[in-house]
Design a protein around this ligand. Sequence first.
Ligand code: BYC
Length: 318
Amino acid sequence: MTKEMNLEERFQAYVDGENKVEPKDWMPDKYRKTLIRQISQHAHSEVVGMLPEANWITRAPSLRRKVALLAKVQDEAGHGLYLYSAAETLAADRKDMIDDLLSGKAKYSSIFNYPTPTWADIGAIGWLVDGAAIANQVMLCRTSYGPYSRAMVKICKEESFHQRQGYEILLTLAKGTDAQKQMAQDSLNRWWWPSLMMFGPTDDLSPNSAQSMKWKIKRKSNDELRQEFIDKTVPQAEYLGLTIPDPDLKWNEERGHYDHGSIDWDEFYQVIKGNGKCNKIRMKARREAHANGEWVRKAANAYAEKQAARKAQEGSAA
Ligand code: BYC
């Protein structure tokens, strides 16, 4: 790096050299803000993502299924914690992040605003939602911000287990009675299109992508990841003997990829504006859980607060 380079150019050259940015390094303010936005949204998604699945813990069809689902939901809470901690290394305040979620200012993944009316939805979430999350998060293991990339490595390992538990639920249903197979098909019909929306708007309509790719926060574009997910998932659906609800889905020999039908982006924007089927229920559940946890936060902070009060008293006495 030459002496004449300004800070932003040096930062870009550092990132271009595949170096990781660490909390104490200089970084452009917009880089910090973009990361706080993305990481906190990601953390909120993990936490809100527990709700549609937790709905089935008491109704899991066997002890084995219940144990696996409990472990999965607990993992999601852990992911939220790693991610809030990663955002804190950028000087984000956890209370502010949570307040933004609860006030509706901060986004969380669109996917968690859809209902889970049958047990098969737990299979579809594991297979498709965690499958889409893995496609996205494998690239985030190589994101330029060190604490985020390291959190992602552990998260991806756990997501792989989640994906397999979901696929196995659907495999069991798909090999079961006609009614069970239909249940699996219905869940695929419900979750296919929302899963494709998880990757965000098409590249030409994604306002954040170009800069995030330049800074290597994102390593692949929304459309690239969506395509990877489709190409990987179609054979899995075939193995299950289920039909993906897209009459335009076709292998394109020339491109070496599947072509797919058009995504209902109006639905996506409605959902992220708060008008999805379950937005209000999800937020109500989060607000209630937060209020019920007040005593836990108080107890956890009590010692630190007492210490701070004692220090302040000693300071004023001196
Ligand atoms: N839902 O410019 P764009 C999980 C927003 S949880 C809602 O492309 P960006 C799991 C976007 O935020 C998986 N909002 O944005 C948990 C932006 O709005 P703002 C969660 C969306 O950031 C429990 C605007 O649309 N994974 O795995 O470059 C159980 C324009 O978009 C969505 C992550 O969060 C959406 N789907 O790219 C099971 C991964 N898509 O902020 C599973 C980390 C877009 O400008 N995040 N928006 O107001 C990312 O990789 C990126 O943030 C995204 C969007 C690819 C999601």
